[in-house]
Design a protein around this ligand. Structure first.
Ligand SMILES: [Zn+2]
Length: 375
């Protein structure tokens, strides 16, 4: 998930902001300050429209943050670790390092977000109630935020995976059928269906001129397209996980990797090993002792003029920072461990000796090959 930047940590969870967020931020601010507030309150000074527009947008942002935080904290309380949350054009996506282990945990975590949004809507409704005759601009803002948060809860409750409603739907299917994988397949297929319905609805609005304006139609179709893609990606992920289950580290590792000494320079490495065999991953070892591993990625972190002076040991991932896989470890748990620790390779150890290397690219290539063979 690129094109996002770090906002900082809250309760130990990394929050990231996707650039599409600025689009929605500007759209909401402009439509409030330019259209909605002036048409309802024609006697405000111009600056007030913009101040209230920006404050409302910021509070909307805080509302989404609270929604995502509710998911994360309930998730964490139910043993589902959350690594980071990326705030998107319409809501957020939590990056979990693994899925819920029980239908009940998933149900609680999925429902927490919409429940939080509804609670916030209620809170702003109260603010509106108490300020409508006294502080009118605050009341106007609270009214918009009541509506937006209620709409956020309603939208997220649509039963298309990976929306919250889709997760609730899956957890119910899971509880009823006892089959996690089949439930996920059904929920993601329904999610794709919902996405297509949105796209179709958007197109109908545009071409049949249903009086809602072409922009609403376009907006609906774009959201549908996002939903459809997210559902398809979730479906593929389930298939990948299925394909990895039942394979062990020793079956997915490569034992055919070059071993390089730690004292050679990057230049020597590139000329002598990278060009020679085209490989992107190396085991660094001195006299049979493993010192670390090195990838093309670490080579790229050194600017070319320094290749002649920087040594391999300066840029390798040292052995004490490596996560080690055991030869009979499940391939799926290796991938989860890689996700959890943000690493792309794990050496495989058997009886204290390195016998191979599992690389993320290898796993993905393996999955592609398996799916091409229909396995
Ligand atoms: Zn949510």
């Amino acid at each position: 998930m690129g094109n996002a930047f770090n906002l900082g940590k809250l309760f130990g969870i990394q929050f990231r902001l996707h650039y599409t967020w600025f689009i929605i931020f500007i759209l909401i601010t402009v439509s409030l300050s330019w259209q909605i507030f002036p048409s309802s309150y024609p006697d405000w000074p111009l600056a007030l429209y913009w101040v209230m527009g920006i404050v409302t947008s910021l509070l909307f942002f805080a509302s989404i943050l609270a929604h995502e935080l509710a998911h994360s904290l309930v998730g964490r309380a139910n043993d589902i670790p959350i690594k980071s949350i990326t705030l998107f054009i319409f809501g957020g996506v939590a990056q979990m390092t693994r899925e819920a282990r029980s239908a009940g945990a998933e149900l609680k975590m999925a429902a927490a977000g919409p429940a939080c949004s509804l609670a916030i809507a209620g809170l702003f409704y109260l603010v509106w109630l108490f300020t409508q005759n006294t502080i009118v601009p605050v009341a106007a803002m609270a009214f918009q935020l009541t509506f937006i948060n209620a709409a956020l809860a309603a939208f997220n409750l649509i039963p298309g995976f990976p929306l919250d409603g889709g997760r609730v739907f899956r957890s119910i299917l899971w509880r009823v059928t006892g089959n996690y994988r089949r439930s996920t397949r059904i929920a993601t297929r329904v999610g794709e269906g919902v996405g297509y319905l949105f796209i179709l609805g958007g197109i109908l609005i545009i071409f049949l001129q249903l009086g809602l304006g072409w922009f609403s139609g376009l907006w609906l179709a774009v959201i549908g397209w996002f939903l459809k893609n997210a559902a398809s990606a979730s479906y593929r992920q389930v298939q990948w996980r299925d394909a990895l289950r039942g394979l062990t580290a020793s079956q997915v590792m490569t034992s055919n990797y070059p071993v390089v000494p730690s004292s050679i320079t990057v230049n020597q490495l590139v000329l002598g090993y990278v060009f020679a065999n085209g490989r992107g991953c190396f085991l660094v070892a001195d006299e049979g002792r493993v010192m670390g591993i090195l990838t093309l990625h670490s080579i790229k972190s050194v600017s070319q003029p320094n290749w002649g002076v920087v040594q391999v040991k300066e840029i390798m991932t040292p052995v004490d920072k490596l996560k080690i896989a055991h030869s009979d470890q499940d391939a799926l748990s290796i991938l989860e461990q890689m996700d959890e620790s943000n690493i792309n390779q794990m050496p495989v150890v058997s009886e204290g000796r390195v016998i191979g290397l599992v690389a993320r690219d290898n796993l993905i290539r393996l999955l592609r090959t398996r799916s091409e063979l229909g396995m």
